[in-house]
Design a protein around this ligand. Structure first.
Ligand SMILES: Nc1ncnc2c1ncn2[C@@H]1O[C@H](COP(=O)(O)OP(=O)(O)OP(=O)(O)O)[C@@H](O)[C@H]1O
Length: 258
């Protein structure tokens, strides 16, 4: 196995509040790694430290052999780290298809696959074709002409996933991909991520509250509590961990006999 992302002894405080107290983890190529924990545990802060939206005060982060510790979020995206947000970020006035096209064009420009300015490249037929294929994969083809602001919550999250995929990331960072979704949308989104992950040979890092989604997707899990790591391992290892049982998850994780 090849390590793609390495977080080594990372600390972060907000004012006098320590939020990350020495977090270390590795994410191996093609695995899905989930971060879980109760509210306020520090999951989102750790996620942001990994994506570069927040810089850590101590520790080191490497991604594909690059030291990215002090690197901006934008530069990390250029290296192949794609991400989605808890609240989907799409261009509301653009159609579904235009949102995807803009994202593909951004990739083409930033990776020097095209040297022309955007207004001279669009809409190239190859870009339209790529957008069409992605929309089919996302089951959004029938809504391609719909303005994004009119999409349901689930479809908006799906579109945001497509925007991230249009950047052809090597690692996809998903911040609560099923937040606010109905149970049926959650199942559909889990299945979609499984499908897209296989088709694109992607590594995934995610935060998520829903245990069914975690169990459906993750290979390994980090459990956090109050800025600390309380367990890290496979689903079975984490389930069997007595500290996790005591501190955090309770019945939901173990079923009625747990
Ligand atoms: N920008 C900020 N400024 C000050 N305090 C913050 C900031 N962001 C987070 N915090 C605090 O840091 C702690 C950890 O927050 P964080 O959002 O990382 O936890 P979380 O595990 O993602 O929680 P949740 O499950 O509720 O999203 C909380 O006490 C929170 O109030």
């Amino acid at each position: 196995m090849t390590t793609l992302l390495n977080v080594d002894n990372v600390y972060k405080s907000y004012g006098s509040l320590p939020v990350l107290k020495g977090i270390s983890l590795t994410v191996e190529e093609k695995e899905t790694f989930a971060i879980i924990g109760p509210n306020g545990a520090g999951k989102t802060t750790l996620f942001r430290v990994m994506t570069g939206e927040v810089l850590s005060e101590r520790g080191r982060i490497t991604y594909a052999d690059h030291d990215v510790t002090g690197m901006s979020a934008h530069d990390r995206v250029q290296l192949g780290m794609g991400r989605t947000f808890q609240v989907a970020r799409v261009f509301p006035e653009f159609s579904v298809e235009e949102n995807i096209i803009v994202a593909i064009e951004a990739r083409l420009r930033s990776r020097s696959e095209s040297s022309l300015p955007w207004y001279r490249t669009r809409p190239r037929s190859s870009v339209r074709e790529e957008a069409g294929a992605l929309l089919q994969d996302l089951d959004l083809w029938s809504k391609k002409a719909t303005e994004a602001k009119f999409l349901s919550h689930g479809d908006k999250k799906r579109l945001e996933l497509g925007i991230a995929l249009a950047g052809k990331p090597q690692i996809l960072m998903l911040d609560e991909p099923t937040a606010g979704m109905s149970p049926s949308d959650r199942i559909a989104t889990t299945e979609l991520i499984i499908r897209l992950r296989a088709a694109n040979a992607m590594t995934v890092v995610m935060t998520e509250h829903d245990m069914d989604v975690i169990f459906g997707l993750a290979n390994r899990i980090l459990v956090m509590n109050q800025g600390e790591m309380i367990a890290i391992g496979t689903i079975d290892e984490v389930r069997a961990n007595p500290i996790v049982r005591e501190v955090y998850l309770g019945k939901e994780m173990y079923g009625a006999d747990g």
